[in-house]
Ligand binder design. Structure first.
Ligand SMILES: [Zn+2]
Length: 194
């Protein structure tokens, strides 16, 4: 676990401001994928969630209020994809914006012919390349009832994917990993999951 928190400042934060036991148990109760982890992975996740809360800004908007337990729950979901990677993989952005429910960003985009279009798609979450992650709190709480749906994990996966450019499903690989092998293994796992 300690190679995940290399610097002394991070260690001090974890030592002095750990997530309180009651809040952590509450997060495990509400977050099934975290609950199913072994004890040592759970301990790592708790450290990562502690540092996530320290480094990122959780920003409820449109009248939404989040208490400490809600914040710990969000951080716990958010750190699952980096459990074996470390928080550095979330460097380069700061804000996790939380809408009360699904949101409809009013966007204009100009097509190849130069015509402007307004888009009004209902979103449960959104991740910008170098910008914030946006999620709907309603979907954080209830999306989990549909097997395979978790809006926070989904948006964080986009963040990892976009570390090497477009959101194309191909994240940066570790050194010495073969692109073709990765693609074959990942595609097979994806098919099985489907
Ligand atoms: Zn997506």
């Amino acid at each position: 676990m300690f190679n995940l928190i290399r610097n002394w400042r991070a260690r001090r934060i974890v030592a002095r401001h750990p997530i309180a036991e009651a809040l952590w148990q509450d997060a495990l109760r509400r977050c099934a994928p975290a609950r199913r982890l072994g004890a040592s992975d759970q301990a790592t996740l708790r450290v990562l969630a502690t540092l996530f809360l320290e480094r990122k800004s959780l920003e409820p908007v449109k009248g939404l209020e989040l208490d400490d337990a809600d914040r710990v729950l969000l951080a716990t979901h958010a750190c699952l994809p980096i459990l074996k990677l470390g928080l550095d993989w979330y460097d380069g952005w700061h804000s996790l914006i939380v809408y009360p429910g699904a949101f409809i960003p009013g966007r204009t985009h100009t097509d190849a012919a130069g015509v402007e279009h307004q888009t009004h798609t209902v979103m449960a979450g959104e991740a910008w390349g170098r910008g914030p992650v946006i999620v709907s709190w309603e979907d954080v709480l209830h999306g989990g009832r549909r097997p395979g749906h978790n809006v926070v994990i989904h948006e964080m996966a986009h963040k990892l994917d976009m570390l090497n450019g477009d959101a194309n499903g191909f994240p940066p690989l570790h050194r010495r990993m073969d692109r073709r092998v990765w693609t074959r293994v990942f595609s097979a796992a994806w098919d099985r999951l489907q």
